[in-house]
Design a protein around this ligand. Structure first.
Ligand code: KIV
Length: 282
């Protein structure tokens, strides 16, 4: 049985912190699941850290489904949450429901995530009313990077902070089971966390959220084009992989790879017969 939304809510009530990471492929999902992570987000950060776009705006339903299926195949215990891409839920509650349904039916997700607060509450309600758990996402919402004029800290003025509190309350009222709080002052994230009964999952939102989420490619040091301030690098896989690839290139160039250990040999008798056949042909 995978992690349920009730278990995540209980974790908040019991003051147990929730760890969440993104994943986009089968082997990473396997590693995260074996490490006991309660929830995996197939984030649309996929667009930037896997597909090489400069924002998440270009990511499509098909991109997400492709990677979601791999993550579902690679995990057994974690809840898998699928991120709804830009323009796949904005048009109407019906559009949102249809696409959320695809993630559940075709992709095998247990929940979906979408960006926004008051402005998407009607979509969240429609999806939840049909039995699909929804995670909200407020603060820095990367799909709105053009409207926000860049990846900037949100909620810094009184008006902006109050608006984010209202967004969080609207998401809770609409039935969201959790909310991602991205890139906002830690004091504001703490206030939002206290104001709602559902878990808040922070990324660049300080220590007082109910849980934390990180982009796996950032925390493992694979993606290095841009490292956000909120990232802690737990490993430097980019250097490890670069070193391994250089070693391979050098060994192939020098004829040091492969050796007998990595090769397959013919049975001696077969070899002798084969040599005879080849020489008689010449
Ligand atoms: O797409 C993503 O990875 C996300 C996280 C940053 C929360 O939305």
């Amino acid at each position: 049985m995978r992690t349920t939304i009730s278990q995540l809510k209980e974790m908040k009530q019991n003051k147990q912190k929730i760890a969440m990471l993104t994943a986009y492929d089968y082997p990473t999902a396997q590693i995260l699941d074996k490490a006991g992570i309660p929830a995996i987000l197939v984030g649309d950060s996929l667009g930037m850290v896997v597909l090489g776009y400069d924002s998440t705006v270009s990511v499509t339903m098909e991109d997400m489904l492709h990677h979601l299926k791999a993550v579902v195949r690679g995990s057994q215990k974690a809840m898998v949450i699928a991120d709804m891409p830009f323009m796949t839920y904005h048009l109407s509650p019906e559009q949102a429901l249809l696409n959320a349904g695809r993630f559940m039916q075709e992709g095998g997700a247990q929940a979906v995530k979408l960006e926004g607060g008051v402005n998407v509450a009607d979509k969240v309600k429609r999806i939840v009313d049909c039995g699909i758990p929804v995670m909200g996402h407020i603060g820095l919402t990367p799909q709105s990077v053009n409207q926000l004029s860049g990846f900037k800290v949100q909620g810094k003025t009184l008006t902006a902070a109050l608006a984010l509190l209202e967004d969080a309350r609207a998401l809770e009222k609409a039935g969201a089971f959790a909310i991602v709080l991205e890139t906002m002052p830690a004091e504001l994230a703490a206030m939002i966390t206290a104001a709602v009964s559902i878990p808040t999952i922070g990324i660049g939102a300080g220590e007082n959220c109910d849980g934390q989420v990180q982009v796996v490619s950032d925390m493992l040091g694979i993606f290095t084009d841009f490292v956000p301030k909120h990232t802690k690098k737990y490993a430097d896989l980019n250097s490890i992989i670069s070193k391994a690839v250089s070693g391979y290139v050098t060994e192939v160039a020098k004829g040091e790879f492969p050796t007998l250990k990595e090769s397959f040999t013919l049975d001696k008798k077969v070899l002798e017969e084969l040599k005879k056949c080849v020489s008689s042909e010449q």
